[in-house]
Design a protein around this ligand. Structure first.
Ligand code: ADP
Ligand code: MG
Length: 640
């Protein structure tokens, strides 16, 4: 037997005709899903019904331009059936269907960006906690392999004369072949997914169980989901009405939650539901949800939203960007009565009606968030924790709504343990204080211990601690709140002298001439810093670094440097002239010991870097200097 004949026991042998390997991500996902402890297996049915419904949506949309596609069979529906003796559950639709190439592409790869990162996170999760994560991802078609050990997908693209069959056991890849005549005849259009259920998945052969799952997860699906039993008549399991078209008083909290889970593929409840009908210049119904948890792709570079645009109950697109990027975490539906049905998706971008809806919708969402923040601050705090980092993007992107967004923003601060609003901040400002002070960085604990805070703390001045990446960006735009400018404590000079110290907190004022000291330090440090000056923000630390007055603050410059976009601006070293170590520099300078001045200056700079969470400039030199001084100090004490 020649070695290149494919054999069933060698999965890596060259593929037979029609045989395909899964994309690596799909294999990983399948493996995780089948072997992990994801307990909510029921959701496979929601995923397959959701795909069937999407397929009906797509056909209805294509049929606007090509009515012949739908002419022979106008009633779009999803049909479930069970064959108990054969242990099969089938989910069929008469939607758009898939061509051979689409079967290979769609059911062998995962198109969504961020998949790899998601899988890495999933793999890093300890066993047993991943169900929430999988839920957030919206596992899709492949989830059916949790309950089936073999799946066949018979599909015919609308308008096509040929049909194909995709089949797989979910491990070694999949095969695609032309449908037999009998198969093709049984499916004039659309897709039929046949699950060969695993022995432990018997419950899905029970009609009442199927009905229960459909009611729980798929009631909101717009198309009828019907069940055909062996002897029973066709029976519709879901309500199949557009929830957003009903009036608020008719909809229960639980129905909203179910619709939310169906739309977002998440578990749990929405953090906020926005449901209303706009009437006037334009009529449209809106049902939006702020999710209870971050969607897995929240920080994708594309920053795309997913609100679905319907026109008179017909799904048009989820790419109309009905909300700005900084509200991309919001999910839901807008159903317009006025946008023309036959508008192409490309034209939507420039459609004035859509632009008007976008504007009104954005305003409404922000108003609802403001109301939530006022009425239920604790619930709002959860929303902010999940999505604040995204909302803050709006502060520098949406000039018009900047004040409203600043009002919505919540921050950690040097006061208390909870989140603070700018309104809280302003109310707590000290006599003589005119600016809103903040410190930006990547680590909250480190920010709390920053030397740059000292003078503010000694004066009882609150400092906002900004630890999201985006904080370094929106704060650069000369922001003001209530006419009070936001001021970084790591940039330029911080003049807090108009604000009195708290009792017993005022530091010693340095004596003697600091001019010579500063000059000596400048000479010693040379190019490493852009300037050296006596600080008015230090109380107990010897030195700290701040950014020069113009340009990015320290945190932003560091972020930019990580991306190789740094401006190369050197920081300013600020010294506390009353500190012993600084006094020692002055003393060495006065005695003309330039070697000591150089070493001590280096230590001052390096410790300022360390306090900012940086490494010393040259760690080996730092250690060597430190050891030298410590040894000298010890032997000095010993000698006396
Ligand atoms: P998603 O629905 O998030 O795109 P899925 O894994 O559920 O991911 O499905 C993958 C793709 O397979 C779908 O995007 C769609 O193109 C295709 N697909 C799945 N089921 C059907 C179906 N019943 N009819 C037509 N296409 C389908
Ligand atoms: Mg899907």
């Amino acid at each position: 037997m020649s070695s290149d004949v494919p054999s069933e026991t060698e999965p890596r042998a060259p593929a037979a005709a029609g045989q395909h390997a899964f994309q690596a991500e799909v294999s990983r996902l399948l493996h995780l899903m089948v072997h992990s402890v994801y307990t909510e297996k029921d959701i496979f049915l929601r995923e397959l019904i959701s795909n069937a419904s999407d397929a009906c949506d797509k056909l209805r949309y294509e049929a606007i331009a090509a009515p012949e596609l739908i002419a022979e069979d106008q009633r779009l529906a999803v049909t479930l059936s069970i064959d108990k003796p054969a242990r099969q559950l089938t989910i069929a639709d008469n939607g758009i269907g898939m061509s051979e190439a689409e079967l290979i592409d769609n059911l062998g790869t995962i198109a969504r960006s961020g998949t790899r990162a998601f899988l890495d996170r999933l793999a890093a999760e300890p066993q047993g906690t991943s169900s929430g994560l999988i839920g957030q991802f919206g596992v899709g078609f492949y989830s059916a392999f949790m309950v089936a050990d073999r799946i066949e997908v018979l599909s015919r693209r609308a308008g096509s004369t040929t049909a194909f069959v995709w089949s797989s056991d979910g491990t070694s890849g999949f095969a695609v072949r032309p449908a037999t005549e009998a198969e093709a005849a049984s499916l004039p259009r659309g897709t039929r997914v046949t699950l060969h259920l695993k022995p432990e998945s018997d419950s899905y052969l029970e009609p009442y169980e199927i009905e229960r799952i459909v009611k729980t997860y798929s009631d909101h699906i717009l198309f009828p989901v019907e069940f055909i039993g062996e002897s029973v008549e066709r029976r519709q399991l879901n309500t199949a009405s557009a929830l957003w078209q009903r009036s608020k008083s008719e909809v229960t909290t639980e129905s909203y939650a179910e619709a939310y889970r169906g739309m977002t593929h998440q578990v749990g409840d929405p953090a906020l539901t926005v449901h209303y009908k706009a009437e006037g210049r334009q009529s449209y119904a809106v049902l939006l949800f702020v999710p209870g948890e971050r969607p897995f792709d929240l920080f994708d570079v594309e920053r795309k939203g997913r609100v679905k645009l319907y026109v008179r109950r017909v799904f048009i697109t989820d790419e109309a960007e009905l909300l700005p990027s900084y509200l991309r975490f919001i999910r839901g539906v807008v159903d317009s009565e006025d946008v023309p049905l036959n508008i192409s998706r490309e034209m939507l971008q420039n459609n004035p009606q859509v632009a008007q809806i976008r504007k009104a919708l954005t305003g409404r969402v922000l108003t609802e968030l403001v109301a939530l923040a006022e009425k239920e601050p604790e619930r709002y705090a959860k929303v902010w924790e999940a999505f604040g980092a995204v909302l803050k993007e709006g502060i520098y992107e949406d000039f018009e709504r900047r004040d409203q967004l600043l009002g919505l923003a919540r921050f950690h601060s040097t006061i208390g343990t909870g989140l603070r609003s700018l309104k809280d901040y302003v109310a707590a400002m000290r006599p003589g204080q005119t600016e809103i002070y903040y410190l930006a960085g990547s680590n909250l604990e480190r920010l709390k211990a920053s030397p740059q805070l000292e003078a503010a703390l000694a004066r009882g001045v609150e400092v906002l601690l900004l630890d999201d990446h985006v904080d370094s960006f929106w704060t650069t735009r000369g922001q003001k709140f209530d006419d009070k400018p936001l001021k970084s404590l790591t940039q330029g000079e911080a003049d807090l002298s108009a604000i009195p110290y708290l009792e017993g907190k005022s530091p010693e004022t340095p004596t003697g001439d600091t001019g010579a000291l500063v000059a000596a330090l400048k000479t010693a440090l040379g190019e490493a810093v852009s300037d050296v000056r006596v600080s008015n923000r230090l109380v107990s630390s010897a030195a700290c670094l701040v950014a020069p007055g113009a340009g990015p603050d320290l945190a932003l410059e560091r972020l930019l440097q990580q991306r190789d976009q740094g401006l190369g601006l050197k920081p300013v070293l600020e010294i506390n002239a009353a500190h012993g170590l600084v006094a020692a520099v002055a003393d060495s300078a006065a005695r003309g010991r330039s070697d000591d001045v150089r070493d001590l200056a280096g230590l001052l700079l390096d410790q300022a870097r360390i306090l900012d969470g940086e490494l010393p400039q040259e760690p080996a030199v730092f250690v060597e200097r430190l050891n030298r001084f410590v040894t000298r100090g010890l032997s000095g004490t010993g000698a006396e």
